[in-house]
Design a protein. Structure first.
Length: 351
């Protein structure tokens, strides 16, 4: 009796297992969609495709990238995901006896199949994602200590050639010209012109001379070697030269003492020129409202004592950068009234 009961129990267990295997024919697929940084992506369009290439399920990932598909029969499948910004990707998996949990990686570049299935029977392993490699920067070329920036030997040869040609020109010039014997008295009688203009040309040549004539296209200069006609297109710069000379100025406004019949002006003057100023004289003028002159007078300043070639001796000269005081009294014409004044300085340039 006991033997029959044992056989009945074994048959019941086998029948229950067989029924369970027959019932368990559909599975659930869950997982998460991630980008290349491992972040979950929502609203990714998902499709499950069987081995024949037919689509059997579709859907979208949720807020954290999670997805879930139910009632999928046993077999081999591919789940594909697409996103407008993040790109696309796919994972292959197999359903045999249990549900699976997957990780779908999508990217805008090439995507390698990287499934993550809990069931070891799928035989799929996740491949590592290769990060982009940075191209190494080439090292900057450095000049060695023994190297030079230029080949000095060739430059020296060119320089020697130019020097040789210059020597030949100088020798030829010296042979063709001789210096005449001129007395010192004759040289003193020769007047060297004081040129008023300095012209710089494009080739680096500088010409000094008096400007005789200027047109739209040419300049005519009188130089020490003769008259030159220069094209304006060759001229880089032209400056007008000032001949060195004396220049006496007032140091500030004068101090004025007002009286009914006169005005007394006092102050200082200075020679800011490059040459001595002789016989420096301060002149004052008074005017009324109608611009009529109501008084004029002048006075020589007291400066350096000079004995001139004309045998005149005076102490009214100012050397360069020398200052001197003055006190000038200008009488007012009787019956007139002075409203304003003017001040002038006169001087001479002698040898």
């Amino acid at each position: 009796m006991n033997r029959y009961l044992t056989w009945l129990l074994l048959l019941g267990i086998v029948f229950a297992v067989d029924v369970k295997e027959k019932v368990k024919k559909k599975f659930t697929v869950t997982g998460v969609v991630q980008n290349s940084a491992g972040e979950g992506i929502k609203k990714v369009k998902l499709k499950i495709i069987n081995e024949e290439g037919k689509e059997i399920k579709d859907g979208k990932s949720k807020g954290d990238g999670e997805f879930k598909f139910k009632k999928i029969r046993a077999g081999s499948y591919t789940i594909r995901g697409e996103h407008k910004k993040e790109g696309s990707g796919e994972v292959k998996f197999t359903l045999k006896t249990t549900d699976v949990d997957l990780t779908l990686r999508i990217s805008t570049g090439e995507i390698a199949d990287a499934p993550s299935q809990s069931d070891s029977e799928t035989g799929m392993t996740e491949e590592p994602v290769m990060l982009p490699q940075q191209r190494p920067k080439p090292a900057k070329p450095k000049l060695k200590f023994e190297d030079l920036f230029f080949e000095y030997e060739s430059n020296l040869k060119a320089l020697e050639t130019e020097i040789d040609s210059l020597k030949s020109v100088v020798k030829g010039y010296q042979k063709g010209q001789t210096m005449p014997n001129v007395s010192r008295e004759l040289l003193d009688l020769i007047k060297v012109p004081a040129f008023q203009h300095r012209v710089e040309l494009q080739n680096g040549t500088v010409v000094t001379g008096d400007l005789l004539e200027e047109s739209d296209s040419t300049l005519i200069l009188k130089t020490q070697i003769g008259t030159l006609v220069l094209k304006k297109e060759m001229v880089v710069r032209m400056d007008e030269l000032e001949k060195p000379g004396p220049k006496v100025i007032f140091l500030g406004d004068p101090f004025i003492d007002y009286y009914p019949d006169r005005q007394i002006f006092s102050g200082r003057v200075k020679n800011v020129g490059e040459i001595r100023a002789d016989f420096v004289r301060v002149i004052g003028n008074l005017f009324d409202q109608t611009t009529s002159n109501t008084g004029t007078d002048s006075i020589f300043v007291k400066g350096t004592r000079i004995a001139y070639e004309s045998n005149v001796v005076a102490d009214t000269a100012l050397e360069p950068d020398q200052t001197a005081p003055y006190t000038l009294t200008v009488p007012i014409t009787k019956g007139r009234k002075a409203e304003y004044h003017t001040m002038d300085i006169h001087w001479e340039e002698t040898k």
